[in-house]
Design a protein around this ligand. Structure first.
Ligand SMILES: O=C(CO)[C@H](O)[C@H](O)COP(=O)(O)O
Ligand SMILES: [Fe+2]
Length: 226
C-alpha cells in the first residue's frame, strides 16, 4: 500500500496569519500542505498566485502540493515551480495539450498530477499514465471549501486504483473530507487525503485532534489499526 498522507488545504486557514497557521498545522501532524490556486475563470472563485506559494515556501520545509484551478494553465506552470511547489496538479480542461503540460511540469523537476472533476471521466488519464505521479479525484466541484462530499467519487476512486495499479502513482482525494468520509475514500484507494474545513475548524488548539481523527479513520479502512 502507498503511504498515507493528510494534506490540509490552506483555503480554510486563518489568512491573516497564514504562515503561522501553516507552521502550526505541520507541527500538529499534517504531512503535506495543499495550496488551492483559483482564477475566477476556470472556477468561480479567486484565491492566490505564485507569490503566496513563495511566501509559504519561506516558512516551512514541508512538501507543497499546488492544485492549479486556472486556465490557461501553461503560461503559469514555471512560475509555480520557481515559487517552490513540489507537486503541481492541473485539470485536463485547462489546456489544449495535457501530455505536453505534464512534460513541462516534470522538466522543471516537479511531480506532476492530473485532477479529475466530478464529471470528468477517468479515461482522461488513460493515455498519460506514464507522465503522472499523482491523480487527484475531486469529490466536490472545484472552487470552494466547505462543500458536501459527492459520493460518486468513491466509484471513481475504485476505477483510478484499478487503472494505476502497479505504477508509482499516488491517489489524492479533495473535497468534503472529514473523519466520517476519510474511511470511505481510503477504502476506495485514496492515499493522499486533502482536508480544509475538517482540519482548521476550532483553531490551532484543535488541529492535532482533527488530523488524528482523519488519520485514524483512514488507517482503520486500510487495515493498519486493530
Ligand atoms: O480544491 C478545493 C476546492 O476547489 C479544496 O482543496 C477543497 O475544497 C478543500 O476544502 P474542504 O476540505 O473544506 O472541502
Ligand atoms: Fe484542492
Amino acid at each position: 500500500m502507498r503511504p498515507l498522507a493528510i494534506l490540509p488545504s490552506v483555503l480554510a486557514a486563518d489568512w491573516a496569519h497564514i504562515g503561522d497557521s501553516v507552521q502550526k498545522v505541520i507541527a500538529a501532524g499534517a504531512d503535506i500542505v495543499h495550496l488551492d490556486v483559483m482564477d475566477g475563470h476556470f472556477v468561480p472563485n479567486i484565491s492566490f498566485g505564485p507569490d503566496m506559494v513563495k511566501a509559504i515556501r519561506g516558512v516551512t520545509d514541508a512538501r507543497l502540493d499546488v492544485h492549479l484551478m486556472i486556465a490557461p494553465v501553461d503560461p503559469y506552470i514555471e512560475a509555480f515551480a520557481k515559487a517552490g511547489a513540489d507537486v503541481i496538479t492541473i485539470h485536463p480542461e485547462a489546456g489544449p495539450h495535457l501530455h505536453r503540460s505534464l512534460g513541462a511540469i516534470r522538466q522543471l523537476g516537479k511531480k506532476a498530477g492530473v485532477a479529475l472533476n466530478p464529471a470528468t471521466p477517468v479515461s482522461a488519464i488513460e493515455h498519460v499514465l506514464g507522465e503522472i505521479d499523482l491523480v487527484l479525484v475531486m469529490s466536490v466541484n472545484p472552487g470552494f471549501g466547505g462543500q458536501a462530499f459527492i459520493r460518486s467519487s468513491l466509484e471513481k476512486l475504485d476505477r483510478v486504483r484499478a487503472m494505476t495499479a502497479g505504477r508509482d502513482i499516488d491517489i489524492e482525494v479533495d473535497g468534503g473530507i472529514t473523519a466520517e468520509t476519510a474511511g470511505l475514500v481510503a477504502g476506495a484507494g485514496a492515499n493522499w487525503l486533502v482536508a480544509g474545513s475538517a482540519v482548521f475548524k476550532g483553531g490551532p488548539t484543535a488541529y492535532a485532534g482533527n488530523i488524528a481523527a482523519i488519520r485514524k479513520a483512514a488507517q482503520l479502512a486500510r487495515g493498519e489499526l486493530a
